[in-house]
Design a protein around this ligand. Sequence first.
Ligand code: RM4
Ligand code: MN
Length: 393
Amino acid sequence: MTVPTGPELDAVRRRLLEQRIETPSWAYGNSGTRFKVFAQEGVPRNPYEKIDDAATVHRFTGVAPSVALHIPWDQVDDYDKLSKHAADQGVALGTINANVFQDDDYKLGSVTNPDPAVRRKAIDHLLACVDIMDVTGSRDLKLWFADGTNYPGQDNIRARQDRLAAALREAYDRLTGDQRLLLEYKLFEPAFYTTDVPDWGTSYAHCLELGERAMVCIDTGHHAPGTNIEFIVAFLLRAGKLGAFDFNSRFYADDDLMVGAADPFQVFRIMNELVDADATGPSKGIAYMLDQCHNIEAKIPAIIRSVMNVQEATAKALLVDRTALQRAQQSGDVLTANAVLMDAFNTDVRPLLADLRADQGLDPDPIAAYHRSGYFERIRAERVGGEQAGWGA
Ligand code: RM4
Ligand code: MN
């Protein structure tokens, strides 16, 4: 298959130009596994420096104009000042991620904890996150709960769902304007026996109960092996409940590797559903975010690579000949239908994306341009002393 020309190509380019990918503040900090966190040179020491790195990713890719914050990792005294700093660097503050998984109090859960005082503390944190959104202008509050149990009998599963529903209701009712609540799910970890929001169905059911501004967030690393994620995407799109993605790759569990590194075909299949529903641009309100940790690789180029991987999958999905696909589907021509998809997936879209960047005044090769820019040499020299941002920081 060759890349189309003329008006067809223009349409593909228009879609690619309107795509937005949000990068996560925590991906710029140090991370690791439970065995070791490896420090890197030039790592940000505070949210301001994380934003500088996010702005650098945007400068070279042109499609990453916002950065997600994680509270309290990115806690500052003055969020207005942080917003202005972001704007000065050419980016905006995006989704606010609540963190109710790192206090000793949360050993038996946060919003589902059997102790009402702990639940109150967790809910208050969620409400405080909405206060921050009011200042930063962020649209989305993203909730991921580490809540669950490790042993059969440890707690009442139904009672925990009731506590969860009550907490979500309080947070949801605190939203104003176009603010939204995104509920993420994850199969297991840190809880090993039951998890209170283990899957998209649980998240979907709670979001339905809450109301139209509650939407599901799909973290691509949070499923059992072999799960058909594009089916979940299609289902939620149809239900109008797909709010966001946390993109990353997994080989085994929640590996948080660069999106598209493990299975670029899966990212293509996901993007194919989104293109088919005309949902890759901002109009459908789906937040395309990365949620990654770069434990052993250089962080900024890894994030640039991830952004490019999402763009490549999107470009390929945009190349699918939808007329031919529909014709084949309707006539029951299984092999042709499959071939139409594979033709698009097997097309090299890198020249198309390079041209698009050049037309925007960007370097066609963002990673090479980043390496040439001297940015890393500068942060390595400047960011000496102080405490590097990392897990828990
Ligand atoms: C969780 C989940 C959340 C992320 C944290 C750091 O597994 O993916 O989205 O904020 O990790
Ligand atoms: Mn996530």
